[in-house]
Design a protein around this ligand. Structure first.
Ligand SMILES: [Zn+2]
Length: 258
């Protein structure tokens, strides 16, 4: 119905004229109806998605499982929802991507993350899409930090989500923790960036205040393996997709090479 209204009037007249001239059993002249109108009137469709985020410098922490257990406490005072821990993904989820048009990758992603809260899933979609976290090696601790959720519990576009992400330094085996925040969706607001910066700083302050903190360090993110490969951790059984990792992305123990 809508389309008809948008077709130019003189074009409709021409089509009507050729239809009247057609008798049963005869075909209309092909050029009459196949001719393009002089101007195509198009109805425009567009979706603008805006995802953004920030990641701080890293803080080097004394290695050991106790430091790992302290990660959720670094969000205390800033979290406005339940604090959730997302562990690195084992090798069977190494293709997991939050892109619905890629069904195999999307199914892996859903199988890995359907157990998490709407806030955490939203944070993973935003932060993985902009490459601010990589669950091949990051442990991600997450909560709603600012703004509102909708009636289904999903953060609004201007809500800020995030927390801390940690990985094991491939050279020393130290744990490196950084603060990470993100936001986005169908829209953008001018003050969200400033709120995000303030929360990033607040989280980094909490990380530096940890008893295990050894101070700021440059973040060198591990490079995930291109193909299959990697090692199975003898301590916790985690199968890493990471063939260059010297330390288990999950428990931080040294990986043994055969
Ligand atoms: Zn392990």
């Amino acid at each position: 119905m809508l389309e008809r209204n948008l077709v130019p009037l003189d074009f409709l007249k021409r089509r009507g004229g050729s239809a009247q001239a057609t008798r049963p059993g005869t075909t209309p002249p092909p050029t009459a109806s196949a001719a393009l109108p002089e101007e195509v009137i198009a109805q425009e469709f567009q979706l603008k998605l805006n995802y953004a985020g920030k990641s701080s410098e890293g803080v080097r922490m004394k290695a050991g499982p106790t430091a790992m257990n302290e990660l959720p406490s670094m969000l205390v005072g800033l979290a406005r929802s339940e604090i959730e821990v997302v562990e690195p993904l084992p090798i069977e989820f190494s293709q997991a991507t939050p892109v619905i048009a890629r069904p195999s990758e999307a199914m892996q992603w859903l199988n890995a993350h359907h157990v998490h809260s709407p806030v955490t899933r939203h944070a993973l979609v935003v932060l993985e899409s902009i490459d601010a976290i990589d669950l091949a090696f990051d442990t991600f601790v997450c909560a709603l930090l600012d703004g509102e959720v909708d009636t289904s519990g999903y953060p609004e576009y201007n809500a800020v989500v995030g927390g801390v992400a940690s990985h094991w330094d491939e050279a020393t085996g130290d744990m490196i923790v950084r603060s990470v925040v993100g936001w986005g969706g169908k829209g953008a607001r001018g003050d969200t960036d400033r709120i995000g910066s303030r929360l990033l700083a607040g989280l980094l302050t909490n990380v530096l205040a940890s008893q295990y903190s050894l101070g700021l360090t440059a973040v060198e993110r591990p490079v995930p393996a291109a193909g299959r490969g990697g090692l199975v951790c003898a301590h916790c059984g985690f199968a890493s997709a990471h063939e260059r990792a010297f330390y288990c992305p999950k428990c931080g123990m040294r990986l043994l090479r055969g």
